[in-house]
Design a protein around this ligand. Structure first.
Ligand SMILES: Cc1cc2nc3c(=O)[nH]c(=O)nc-3n(C[C@H](O)[C@H](O)[C@H](O)COP(=O)(O)O)c2cc1C
Length: 173
């Protein structure tokens, strides 16, 4: 799949079939995540792949942003440095977000659906997955074979969001 097509066609999928996702496909997604850029190439993301049903059920219960349980969760975490400050946390958020987008575009290219989830409880996930103190959940990506084909939600026009040289000056082609 062409990358521009994948960017346009990817949708957030919130309904999945029960079909399990082969491990090789998950590996392809995780490899795509690994090739994402990170601040100073620190690569502090850690990816927890959860397919086990009881754990998935627990994750869904503590995540108001997840309506229907998917067959796979990838919990994208950051391995925090000791005494991590605001700057470090900012880089973890950016690094994990960029990796998640790589994963979701790769998922789309492989015929899978995905959705990034921020409405979840990091403290509950920390406990459910028995994560060490230094491993902090940043966001969750749901994955599986799509059971819906949503219409693309509208996007703002470029003229509304792009400016030329100074804020407010229209960007003209
Ligand atoms: C940072 C972030 C957090 C999100 N959190 C949730 C969430 O908790 N639950 C959910 O169903 N979708 C979530 N989404 C998906 C957005 O609702 C979705 O990307 C947006 O509506 C545009 O739809 P599209 O992805 O199909 O283009 C999140 C997206 C982003 C980027």
């Amino acid at each position: 799949v062409d990358v521009l097509m994948a960017i346009r066609e990817r949708r957030s999928i919130r309904k999945y079939t029960d079909q399990p996702v082969p491990k090789e496909l998950l590996e392809t997604l995780l490899d795509a995540a690994r090739w994402a850029p990170t601040a100073s190439n620190q690569q502090r993301w850690r990816f927890l792949v959860v397919t086990n049903r009881p754990t998935r059920e627990l994750i869904r219960k503590c995540s108001p942003g997840i309506f229907v349980g998917p067959p796979v969760y990838v919990v994208v975490c950051a391995e925090e440095i000791p005494n991590a400050g605001e700057w470090d946390r900012k880089t973890y958020l950016a690094d994990c977000s960029v990796a998640a987008q790589n994963m979701m575009l790769a998922a789309h290219a492989l015929g899978l659906g995905s959705c990034v989830i921020l409405s979840y409880s990091p403290t509950a996930i920390q406990e459910i997955l028995d994560l060490p103190e230094s491993i902090r959940p940043v966001l969750v990506v749901t994955l599986g074979y799509p059971a819906e084909d949503p219409e693309p939600p509208a996007r703002r026009a470029l003229q509304e969001i792009v400016f030329e040289e100074e804020y407010g000056r229209e960007w003209l082609k």
